[in-house]
Every structure is written in C-alpha cells, then in structure tokens.
Design a protein around this ligand. Structure first.
Ligand code: GLY
Length: 352
C-alpha cells in the first residue's frame, strides 16, 4: 500500500492499495471518532461495494445512513444535490458527522459538495472506485455540480479528511471507465513527467495501476499544496478540459469525461504543434499514446458548436480564455488568448 500526504489548508492522507474498502472503518476511525456516516453512492456502485463499506464502518463503531442516486453525469445537478443534503438533515447528521463518497467522479463531486455546504461544512471521506476519481477528482478538494449552462458551475473547495483508494475496485471496472481514467493519467504525465509518460508507452496503464495512481497523486499533491484555490498553477490540471468539456456537453454526455478529455488533449496538442509551440515529436507521441490506449482523438462536432459550449465554461475569463498547451512531454505552458480565437485553435487542432 502507498500513502501520499496532501498538505492543503487541512492535511490528509491518500492511501492507495488493495483491500482498503473492507478495512475502511478501522482506517477512518484513526481520523474520525465514531459518529454517523452518510454513505453516498450511485445505482451502479452501491450494489457492488456499499454492503462491504457499511459492514466495515459498523464494525468500527459508526452508525451508517445510506443514500443512493441514479448513476451518471446527469445526476450531478442541483436537484440531486438538494436531495442529498435533505437526506443528511432527515438522518439528523450533525457537525461532528461525515459523508463517505463511494464511487467515481460524479459521486465524489456531488457528495463532497453536499458535505461542504451542509451545516456550513461537515467532514468528507473519499472512497474512489474509478481510475478517473483515483488519479484526479478524489484528491484536492474540488467539489461541484453542473448547471444546464455548463459543467461544475456551482461548487466549493472542501478538502477530504481521508482518501482511500482500493485498487481492487478497478479490476472490475468496465473498459470504457478504465480508459476514461487512463486519459486523466496521460494528461498528468504530459504535465509532469517524461519518465512516467515513457513508462506508459511501454507498459499498458491498466498493468501498472498502483504506480500510476501514486505518481498522479504525488504530482497533484504538489500542485494543490502550492495553489489550493486555483488562482494560478492549478489551471495546468485543466489540460485538455476546455475543449473536452465542450465535447462532453455538445455530445450529450455520450462520451465519458475521460474520453472527452482525450479528444481535448489531442486537439490542443495538434494546435500547439501547428503553431510551433509543441515539438512535432512530442505531439506525435501524445496522440499515439491516447490512440494506443483506445481513446478517441477526434470529434465530429463542429468548431462553431464547440466554441459556443466552451464560452459558457467557467475556464473563460471575460473576453479571454486560458489554454494549457504542451511544449514537450512533461512541460506545458498557459496562454491567455482572446475567446474569439478559440475557433482558430480548434481548427488548427483538427476540428472541422
Ligand atoms: N481536476 C482538476 C483540479 O483538481 O484542479
């Protein structure tokens, strides 16, 4: 098992390894005294793991109240959020109690945001069960739900008290979910490490999950420690996301978040290469690794439609937009460009 310590406004451990859900009660009891746990999970994950988590929590002396919501990005909205906080109130959770978010990115974001607002903030433990939430969303304290106008438009920063990433849960992930997580892991390697990227080129990511998750969390730990509230360096983590979020939204969420990020990463990489910012060799390697991992690197959605969607994204600042652009593997730059220029960037990136 690996442990990564995150030093944000509050400090916490991220544990990565097999068997952690079955021992979550004892692990959580080391940081939270016995109290009530609201176990939040979706209709896919609850049948697989909720009983195991409940039993472990109860054995460790916690009272458990379970809340389930329909699986899918479409549940990440204010209505389901309101149901979640109402559930906390109905079950009389107090300020000493906590929310356990069991599942992928949607669950972590939704449950984390409910914990951050209920009674002005109660504790949250993240129990990621997807690769995507393990390498990215369960760590760093970003919580949110979507609005019809765009993704993650209402939320907060609320650091978890503990993150337990049970790598056994990843063994049963559908391929599409595994690939989705691989996209965020590749993004992380492009941002941070030629060595990690080169390893991914040689060994398929699913064959080295514990190492990959640990490397991504190690990288993110540093970024979050330096820029917890996303006023500078943390923007790098949005590599591929400006176009990716637009692809996700315009496609009616038919692609997973990670697949859409893969398209976004390929588009900005090609555009950066076309404009002489990214070395041709690095661009070739990034697109090739995405393809080799089974991820999409193009979209049929037109640049005009994506542009409209991207403008409602919160990554836009007034009339400008921040693009994260690869220069080499392990080195990216941020460019603030007029929002109107985004269409040209997307066309250079191969969008029709
Ligand atoms: N997922 C991007 C961030 O945590 O900032």
């Amino acid at each position: 098992m690996r442990t990564v310590r995150v030093e944000a406004s509050s400090a916490y451990d991220v544990l990565i390894g097999p068997g952690l859900l079955g021992e979550c009660g004892a692990r959580i009891a080391k940081v939270i005294a016995p109290c009530t746990a609201a176990l939040v999970s979706d209709s896919n994950v609850a049948p697989l793991y909720a009983a195991r988590v409940r039993e472990s929590l109860e054995t460790a002396g916690f009272r458990v109240a379970e809340f389930r919501f329909p699986a899918g990005e479409r549940s990440k909205n204010l209505e389901v959020w309101a149901e979640t906080v109402s559930f906390l109130a109905e079950n009389r959770l107090g300020r000493g109690d906590f929310v356990a978010a069991l599942g992928g990115g949607v669950t972590g974001d939704l449950a984390g945001f409910a914990a951050s607002a209920y009674q002005r903030g109660i504790r949250c433990v993240q129990l990621p069960t997807t690769l995507l939430s393990a390498v990215d969303s369960s760590v760093g304290g970003k919580t949110a739900v979507d609005l019809p106008q765009g993704k993650n438009l209402v939320g907060s920063f609320h650091q978890p008290s503990l993150v337990l990433c049970d790598t056994d849960t990843l063994a049963t992930l559908p391929d599409v979910q595994l690939r989705s997580g691989c996209a965020e892991a590749i993004k992380c390697a492009v941002l941070s490490s030629e060595e990690l990227f080169a390893r991914m080129e040689t060994v398929p990511i699913p064959d080295m999950l514990e190492d990959t998750i640990t490397a991504c969390v190690e990288y993110k730990r540093g970024v979050v420690a330096r820029d917890e509230f996303d006023t500078g360096e943390r923007a790098f983590l949005n590599l591929g996301h400006t176009v990716g979020h637009a692809v996700e939204k315009c496609g009616g969420y038919a692609l997973t978040h990670g697949e859409a990020v893969a398209v976004g990463l390929a588009v900005v990489t090609r555009a950066a290469a076309a404009r002489g910012i990214c070395s041709p060799r690095a661009a070739e390697r990034i697109v090739a690794l995405l393809e080799k991992t089974g991820l999409p690197v193009t979209t049929d959605i037109g640049a005009t439609e994506l542009f409209e969607a991207a403008l409602s994204d919160k990554k836009r600042r007034g009339d400008s937009i921040r693009l994260i652009l690869p220069e080499e593997i392990g080195r990216c730059r941020i460019e603030t460009v007029p929002a109107a220029d985004l269409i040209g960037w997307m066309r250079d990136g191969g969008v029709r």
